[in-house]
Write a protein that binds this ligand. Sequence first.
Ligand SMILES: Nc1ncnc2c1ncn2[C@@H]1O[C@H](COP(=O)(O)OP(=O)(O)OP(=O)(O)O)[C@@H](O)[C@H]1O
Ligand SMILES: [Mg+2]
Length: 277
Amino acid sequence: MEEQALHLLRAQTKDRKTGYMSIASGKGGVGKTIITINIGKIVSKNGNKVLIVDGDLGLSNVHIMLGITPSKNLYHYFMGEVSLEEVVVHIDEKLSFISSGSGVRELVNLPLSQLRNLIYRLQEYAEANYHWVIFDTPPGIHSDTLALVSSSQIPVIVTTPEPTAIADAYGLIKVLNQDEKIKEFYVLVNKVQNTEEGLKVFESIKVVCEKFTNAEVKYMGSIKYNPKIIRYIVNQNPFEEAFSRDLTQALLKLPLNIRYHGPSFWERLLSKLRRAG
Ligand SMILES: Nc1ncnc2c1ncn2[C@@H]1O[C@H](COP(=O)(O)OP(=O)(O)OP(=O)(O)O)[C@@H](O)[C@H]1O
Ligand SMILES: [Mg+2]
């Protein structure tokens, strides 16, 4: 299994476009941030260069979980105070992190020519340096989150077995499907007792999606509840072995080796943010 995982997650060709993935949820506290960091670690360990961006408008805890304090974020870059290179924190050789601060929201207030220029610089930078860009997003259906998630090639929707989390996951999928015309979603169920529970949660989401939307939900798998996780987070080393194993299995369900065509992530984001703003 591990062998297969390593093979499937490995970057395939040098010239492929950068892939964009968003980790989202309807309800808060389901595990998006720890999942984002662990996906970054797993994908980067397998030959890819990965950039994690907290799309959390200053509320993300990625930096806290990793025990780093970036002094500058995308907001400072957008304001012209620093270069892009000064905003990037290199966690290791293959894994980097950018804090967006209030950067994404700030974008909509900029004059179009300036906005275009910044967006193209970001695109250039991401495409020159990374195979994958992964966004950690805030919970819920804020327009900035919808723009980020619907611009990504891989939208991952995280839920737990709690009925409220399931209902809110469905709510998020429904809005993305109806308002943003997104069809494919990857559902990951965190904090399960066992694999059967994860599958049951997924089936319940699938049933309502099929009935009330034209969304196609795909099952990534589940991650077991593990009370020890909190100790790893306290120690600012959020990489627990069983968690990582479950997540690696789930990542095998994603089309990580596809080369994406069409308008770039950044072009889509630009038009969506302007529409919302
Ligand atoms: N598999 C798991 N087993 C046990 N606890 C977990 C698991 N996954 C996450 N947690 C716990 O859930 C809490 C929330 O995790 P995290 O901050 O990653 O969620 P989030 O979805 O990013 O939250 P927010 O919506 O507030 O951004 C953390 O305290 C973490 O310890
Ligand atoms: Mg979070």
